[in-house]
Design a protein around this ligand. Sequence first.
Ligand SMILES: [Mn+2]
Length: 277
Amino acid sequence: MLKQVAVLSDVHGALPALEAVLAEPEVAAADLVVVTGDVAAGPQPVEVLDLLTGLGDRVRWVRGNADRELVQARAGRPSEHDVSNWAADQLRADQVALLAALPLTLTLPVAGLGPVLFCHATPRDDEEVVLVDSRPARWAEVFAGLPAQVRTVVCGHTHMPFTRLVDRRLVVNPGSVGMPYGGPGAYWALLGPGGAATPYGVRRRRGLCPGRRRVGLSGRRRLGGRVPALAAQRPRRAHRVRPARRPLTGHRHRVGHRCKADRWTRRGHPEAEKSQA
Ligand SMILES: [Mn+2]
């Protein structure tokens, strides 16, 4: 049974952001780091994969759609994203083999949560989109094949951090380490009781963003069957605003990468519109 699991999603080849998150004391102290996909498609694919593989069995991996696209690009099927084709060309053969062998999902026991399923987009697909305000029927459809004992699902892909109770499950999206949605900062999540003030947190990294905000469930007991306050939707400023260093979002514009989730959310995703109707 794991006590603390740090979840890092959607690193997208952003080495400084990954280094910053790995240096967070709670991440360094976690029993395990789970990387939930889209690790390498970005500006520093080789360095990011080398840093994570260097951590050995402290890291467990799940495949994202962008990781799959790198493998496909190397097999002669180019991605629609130029940055993915560029990143695929940079990778060593052993790194392509690593990405090709990644599983779609991973289930691990975490203290206080039981078996936790980790995936990139959904448990059944690496690129379909569910959002914090997707309808309950949509979530039920997406989770239809899950074992009943899986009460917690962690997914990434949309780069939008949230927690939600739906389909009798706790759903956690840690947001993105390397390509944050909505503002600068590297987002990650910590699962499990004890340690920090929150048993589960989604944070912005101090020093890489204008301020540090802490959002998440507000108490350990809240994971034990009570409905958690969805504080993630109402970020509360926990520290004074500090001057920004170079925002991490800059790399997105330089390399011209824009994932599907980004396009959808920018102009209003059909799923979001439906759920608001
Ligand atoms: Mn992504």
